[in-house]
Ligand binder design. Structure first.
Ligand code: MG
Ligand code: MG
Length: 272
């Protein structure tokens, strides 16, 4: 059952989303060679609690940590550990927080120092596919329109689009209806309605779309062990159109990057 939110509820969800956005912005300064994902997890846990929220993933379905940390060939749901990050690697950081009973949940894949050109391109294409998908999340469209747009954009460039893991509705629970696959057929699936709130999250592989599960019961990795990227935003339909509740602006601020990719999805100016 899709649970549309009121304008007031969407504003609360924006607050939750921004706790995650700020956490990722804080982490952006810390992601560097020699740092362990367990250390970053501890920083995030403290940061979220300092912002009057609680970690959204910790304990959810018994997940043991605050962040999902998925380096290189790991797609999603990697568990933080004490292995230091290395120059040339990538790390997908997925973060959740609960504030005022509402969940925020989004993700960014960071390069660690200089990375190979084909991996850099994978990150760029995956992030661009996120915005291409978001553009289709509007009244009059259906779930398949978002999935189709992401799939076409990525597959025509030779990338693997993961099938087993999907985006989702989000609200007072982390995973609400509908499922939001990153593949699909135009005009198919559930209809989008005013006030819907979802997490759109392409998981795109440099090689095969096929995945495997690690024996830890959590980690998903590519079958061919080639790198995978993951970018996620929380998006609401307001006045029929997509509005991004989360932002990568805090990450860009930390990294000294400027970007206009979110501008078309924002009514009000974002105050950092
Ligand atoms: Mg997520
Ligand atoms: Mg999600």
């Amino acid at each position: 059952m899709i649970i549309p939110k009121s304008k007031e509820e969407i504003e609360l969800m924006r607050e939750s989303a921004l706790v995650v956005s700020k956490t990722l912005g804080m982490l952006a300064k810390e992601v560097k060679p020699g740092v362990t994902t367990l250390y970053l997890d501890k920083l995030a846990d403290e940061f979220i609690r300092d912002h009057n929220a609680v970690p959204g993933f910790l304990g959810l379905y018994d997940f043991p940590n605050t962040l999902c940390m998925s380096p290189n060939e790991q797609v999603v749901h990697g568990i933080p550990n004490d292995i230091p990050l290395k120059e040339g690697e990538i790390i997908s950081i997925d973060c959740g927080a609960v504030k005022n009973e509402y969940y925020g949940d989004h993700a960014y894949t960071f390069p660690i120092g200089e990375i190979a050109p084909e991996v850099k391109k994978l990150l760029e294409v995956t992030k661009e596919s996120l915005y291409i998908g978001i553009r289709e999340f509007k009244v009059g469209n259906r779930v398949g329109d978002v999935g189709y747009a992401i799939q076409q954009f990525c597959e025509t460039q030779g990338y693997g689009v993961v099938r087993e893991l999907v985006g989702h509705g989000i609200g007072k629970t982390m995973h609400e209806d509908p499922e939001m696959p990153n593949f699909g057929r135009r005009g198919r699936g559930k209809k989008f309605v005013e006030g819907m709130t979802v997490a759109i999250e392409p998981m795109i592989n440099l090689g095969t779309k096929r995945i495997e599960h690690l024996a830890d019961g959590w980690t998903i990795l590519t079958k061919d062990r080639m790198p995978s990227a993951h970018f996620e935003h929380n998006v609401a339909i307001i006045n029929g159109k997509p509005e991004i509740l989360s932002t990568f602006a805090y990450i860009y601020e930390s990294l000294g990057i400027s970007s206009d990719e979110e501008d078309e999805f924002r009514e009000k100016e974002l105050v950092l």
